[in-house]
Design a protein around this ligand. Structure first.
Ligand code: AKG
Ligand code: FE2
Length: 364
């Protein structure tokens, strides 16, 4: 018999309590993913996600299969990647290809505003965890990280993709077929740490830590954590805060799903600002699963959807010109935070760039 696997002990990451401030929070639907196991429950979730994604673009997921202690353990591991790895080792494991997030993105690679650079570190891990080398301190946790990517892919992403396909009145495997765990593509997990900035930089960058953007891929899964700062641009054009919900996931769709659904499911703009006063000066740790379709998927609308035929299909690219997922993710990743942006002529405070003939907006 094999010995039971002993997980190495590690220091607990203990975040502060959620903010006590009465902020203008976004009102998001809560999807109870355990209901997806019955036909009746699934039908209810299809309606709920369709409404959430066509109107707001973000929702919470609860009962996703990971217990609070399993989630806490992932944050403990995530924290190691920043607190227990030296600057030299971070450089050694920094991403080699600027068009891909794999390994570290170091602090200050991007310009936020008025010459102020970001204070955000990432450590990105491809879902095939052993496809890259890891800093020494993370190596004992590779089996746990591998279990975590499979959990996200099969227990969270695929069930959500089935709801999205049914919401468009398409066969339920329409999107899951485009998201093979073993197919070439870039769904990956990411640990992310924001470091507090000097007061002078806060003023110059107007408290923005991560500029307003839409996500590049298909479905983004964010493990809710108590330090505030994430805001979404609501349909009434107001920035609203995302409230922490214990052991919930905050889910949104990116450009990939917006293009495939002909604009029906919205890739909502969001940003990160300085946390509320009672949480300032604390580094802010995040855990994500950023999903992307298989590299060869063309991001053109699924015109066979009866719902889209009735509701109308927005075209982002001229016929036959739609990029593949691979082209789109590489182009947007390599330009992010470094390309020359032009002020929008129609919208104040918005900057633009054109990628594959479609306008990408950046918000401060
Ligand atoms: O840190 C967060 O809460 C959100 C980060 C985010 O939007 C991103 O990395 O794309
Ligand atoms: Fe994002």
């Amino acid at each position: 018999m094999l010995p039971a696997q002993i997980s190495p002990p590690l220091k607990a990451y203990i975040p502060p309590p959620p903010t006590a401030e009465d902020l203008d929070f976004a009102d998001l639907a809560v999807i109870d993913l355990s209901k997806a196991s019955t036909l009746e429950g699934q039908a209810e979730l299809v309606q709920q996600t369709r409404k959430a994604l066509s109107e707001v673009g973000f929702f919470y997921v609860v009962n996703h299969g990971y217990s609070p202690s399993q989630t806490a353990r992932i944050f403990d591991i995530a924290n190691l990647a920043f607190d227990q790895v030296s600057d030299e080792e971070k450089k050694e494991y920094a991403r080699k290809d600027q068009a891909v997030y794999q390994g570290y993105k170091l602090r200050k690679e991007w310009v936020i505003d008025a010459g102020v650079r970001d204070e955000i570190e990432h450590y990105s891990i491809h879902r095939n965890v052993v496809a890259q080398e890891h800093p020494a301190v993370l190596r004992p946790f590779i089996p746990e990280l591998a279990a975590f990517t499979r959990q996200n892919h099969y227990q969270v992403l695929h069930p959500i993709l089935r709801l999205l396909a049914k919401g468009l009145e398409l066969p339920e495997d329409t999107f899951t077929k485009m998201h093979g765990f073993d197919a070439p593509g870039y769904s990956s997990m990411r640990f992310q740490k924001y470091h507090p900035r000097a007061d002078a930089d806060e003023v110059l960058a107007k408290n923005v830590w991560l500029k307003g953007h839409t996500d590049i891929g298909t479905v983004t899964i964010l493990y809710s954590q108590p330090i505030g700062g994430l805001q979404i641009l609501s349909p009434d054009n107001k920035w609203r805060w995302i409230k922490h919900v214990d052991n919930a996931l905050v889910v949104n769709v990116g450009n990939g799903i917006e293009f495939l659904s002909g604009g029906y499911y919205r890739a909502t703009k969001h940003r990160v600002v300085q946390p509320p006063a009672d949480q300032q000066n604390i580094p802010r740790l995040g855990v994500f699963y950023f999903s992307m379709a298989n590299d060869d998927v063309k991001l053109s609308p699924l015109v066979q959807s009866p719902l889209l035929q009735r509701e109308g299909i927005k075209k982002y690219f001229t016929d036959g010109e739609a990029p593949t997922m691979e082209e789109w993710r590489r182009e947007r990743t390599s330009r992010y935070g470094t390309s020359q942006l032009k002020p929008s002529v129609t919208e104040e405070g918005v900057e633009e760039e054109i990628i594959h003939g479609t306008v990408i907006k950046h918000f401060n």
